[in-house]
Design a protein around this ligand. Structure first.
Ligand code: FEO
Length: 168
């Protein structure tokens, strides 16, 4: 049996993963609007990935005989000044999700809930990969001195994201 405080946090994480999916869908739509097909494809790849994360938490709650409670979702930010801002926002968001997962892992240890702690190991590794991914894109952005302006650097980053999307 899961403790109530663990169930509450796992349900909050279900919502957070759904928010992440909507956030990436909005980022993809923003990119599409700006004619950035590579970036649009890259962000779109994250949409089902985040829903798969949601489903892992839901499946775990079911396995443990705990109730799933879907809460209201905040609308994701829709306006950005440029693509650099979008990537920075995605990176900041992934760092926030990492902190949320770490927080649940911490609570699981405090509660001696080793099943939940064990289930979270997959997410801990996944969050490391997500952060590495976005840090890598920011490195590329710095390499070509892209500050969000139209031109060769933006063309390069859009193509880079298109190639990256094929690997996700
Ligand atoms: Fe569900 Fe992008 O982490």
């Amino acid at each position: 049996m899961l403790k109530a405080n663990i169930i509450e946090k796992l349900n909050a994480q279900v919502n957070a993963e759904m928010f992440s999916s909507n956030m990436y869908l909005q980022m993809s739509a923003w990119s599409e609007d700006k004619g950035l097909a590579g970036a649009a494809e890259f962000f779109k790849k994250h949409v089902p990935e985040e829903l798969a994360h949601r489903d892992k938490f839901i499946h775990y709650l079911f396995e443990c005989g705990a109730s799933v409670r879907i809460g209201a979702l905040e609308a994701p930010r829709a306006d950005y000044n440029n693509l650099v801002e979008v990537i920075e926002a995605a990176y900041a968001h992934e760092k926030k999700v990492t902190a949320m997962i770490n927080d649940i892992a911490n609570l699981a240890l405090d509660e001696r809930d080793f099943n939940t702690f064990n289930m979270l190991q997959w997410f801990i590794a996944e969050q490391r990969e997500e952060e590495v991914l976005f840090r890598g894109i920011l490195d590329q952005i710095a390499l070509v001195a892209f500050k969000g302006q139209s031109g060769e650097a933006m063309f390069h980053i859009n193509q880079y994201l298109q190639r990256l999307a094929q690997t996700l």
